[in-house]
Design a protein around this ligand. Structure first.
Ligand code: CP3
Length: 333
């Protein structure tokens, strides 16, 4: 077996001592996102350490609401806090902010590209409209995104206006990232799994399809990875309706289904349980071997099923990379 390409969601993050050191220099988390030099440094750190096949731009999905004119803050140890949005305020969101206020992100992309080995893919990203809307409405992360689900069912027209603004913002944002130098983009829909089938179509599948089409109208052929976390029943509909080139899988999705229904249509990315990277040892090795054995014969980008957590040991990541890259030799030995 030829080893699949490998990178990790949240590969630049708190599990790395060098990230924590740079983060300490930056002041707030958003200052880190908006400093082209520091964002470049933390993007490159995991590439230097592990030689991943892809780097992902260091930023956050919540710079979009920030650019649209909402107040966004990251509270140490608690996560993001936004001023909760009432749907009556959607008309005040400022779409021009994507070009006007996110200049430091585009500048970082140019610096990162210049600092990356030529063979390393640079990924840009945005949050999907549904997931970004959940944070804008609740003003914070919640266990089941009840505030946004409530708003979407109570006032579907008002909610559709918010989604429309976020679709336009995402197209503008991703398009500017491609112009600045990213090779492909990922759309993170962390909270797609909390919706019923009709809401999934309306707030996840359709808006993602519009983003992919809008982006490709400006950048034909640009590769897009979708990540509708927690979606299984709607996954085939997601890949066939959105036009994504690859789909991220969380670790709960059964491989038999992926091999039969998903890999024939698009590449898949995933799906090691991040807990196995925390534990290391046999739990890690068995998880890596399982992904390679079950998904490695089809189109696969090796990754975790969600972001690496701050309590993961950097040595375990090195062990994972080594095991993935030596998979072919081990299988034939
Ligand atoms: O993957 C990468 O290395 C690139 C950078 C990246 C970050 N956030 C950096 C970050 C990416 C792609 C994201 C995406 C993101 N941000 C998502 C979607 C993917 C996912 O993980 O579900 C979401 C929902 C957010 C919103 C967000 N940002 C939350 C809920 C939090 C707090 C949770 C936590 O882990 O503290 C953040 C903060 C954040 N974004 C950190 C990092 C490295 C940690 C903050 C810090 O360093 O102080």
């Amino acid at each position: 077996m030829f080893p699949p390409p490998i990178w990790m969601m949240r590969q630049a993050g708190r599990y790395l001592p060098e990230y924590r050191a740079t983060r300490a220099q930056a002041g707030g988390f958003l200052d880190l996102c908006y400093s082209p030099k520091l964002a470049t440094e933390v993007t490159l750190q995991p590439i230097r350490r592990y030689g991943f096949d892809a780097a992902i731009l260091f930023s956050d999905i919540l710079v979009v609401p920030d650019a649209l004119g909402r107040k966004v803050a990251f509270v140490e140890g608690e996560g993001p806090r936004l001023e909760p949005l009432d749907l009556s305020e959607v008309g005040r969101l400022d779409l021009d902010g994507i070009a006007r206020r996110l200049g430091p992100v585009y500048e970082a992309i140019e610096l990162i590209r210049a600092g990356l080995p030529y063979e390393t893919t640079l990924l840009g990203f945005c949050g999907a409209p549904w997931t970004v809307a959940t944070y804008m409405i609740a003003g914070r992360g919640t266990p089941d995104q009840a505030p946004a689900r409530r708003a979407a069912l109570t006032d579907p027209e008002g909610f559709a206006q918010l989604i429309d603004v976020l679709v336009a913002a995402s197209i503008a944002y991703l398009s500017a990232q491609v112009s600045a130098g990213v090779d492909a983009v990922q759309i993170f829909d962390t909270w797609a799994g909390v919706l019923d089938p009709s809401e999934l179509r309306r707030w996840v599948i359709d808006p993602t399809a519009r983003i992919v089409a809008g982006l490709r109208a400006q950048h034909p052929g640009i590769r897009v990875i979708g990540f509708p976390k927690g979606v299984q029943a709607g996954l085939v509909d997601f890949v066939t309706s959105t036009g994504v080139d690859a789909v991220g899988l969380d670790w709960t999705i059964p491989s038999a289904f992926v091999r039969a229904e998903v890999q024939p249509r698009v590449a898949v990315q995933g799906n090691l349980d991040p807990m196995r990277v925390v534990i290391g040892g046999r739990a890690l090795d068995e998880g890596v071997d399982r992904v390679l054995a079950e998904l490695g014969d089809g189109r696969l980008i090796f990754n975790l099923g969600h972001g690496i957590t701050p309590d993961a040991d950097p040595a375990h990541v090195a062990r994972m990379v080594e095991r993935v890259r030596s998979a072919g030799t081990r299988a034939t030995a």
